[in-house]
Design a protein around this ligand. Sequence first.
Ligand code: FPP
Length: 233
Amino acid sequence: MKSDTKNNLKIPNHIAFIMDGNGRWATKRLLPRKAGHKEGVKTMKKVIADCVELGIKYISFYAFSTENKNRPKDEVDALMKLIRDNIYVMLKELIDKGVRVVFMGDLSYFSEDIRESLERVIAESADGKKAVVNIGLNYGSRDEIVKAVNECIEEGVSVDEASFARHLYTAQLPDPDVIVRTSGEMRLSNFMLYQAAYSEMIVTKTLWPDFGRKDLESILREYSDRERRFGKI
Ligand code: FPP
């Protein structure tokens, strides 16, 4: 954890976002839910740029969960179109500024063209040193843990916490220092259950499409005021 002297804020090494409230944002405006997701992509891009500017090194997002697949077909189709049309375009500028992008989740679910875009993003950003953006796509923490257990069984060796964590999608990432959930819901919803053991949870009522720099700064202020004891006194 380091201090940002400008604003006297403690800057977390890893911040993770559960982007919630897109549907409500759209419904409030009498728009289809997919309009909320579209606006959510714009927020995501701005939040990454703000986090990078503030010096945060790891930034994770829950973009599409294993359970989101069970939403009505037209909403899932709209989300797939959004990912297909935006994943590269949204990230290109950030990749050019030195951001590395990785994905967590079972990517075999996605169509070949989407997987190609994801591969392109991974390949083009591989040398990025400024920050790592980690996007959960068809990600579910229980699914991740079961996969890790099966890999450990296949290896046939006894595991400890460190070796187990190497089988998670997040093997190359530190645990999140802070997990932010927008729209006021107070749950993890199958997000980073193992990695969240000592993460600070911060919930804001702001809906994801409305989330901006002021919300981010207020979260960092709250995080700065938290005393993290990791079980010690
Ligand atoms: C939760 O809001 C949000 C989602 C299920 C999808 C989030 C996805 C994005 C912001 C874009 C992903 C795209 C790319 C390119 C990575 P909700 O629909 O559950 O909102 P509600 O609780 O108000 O109904």
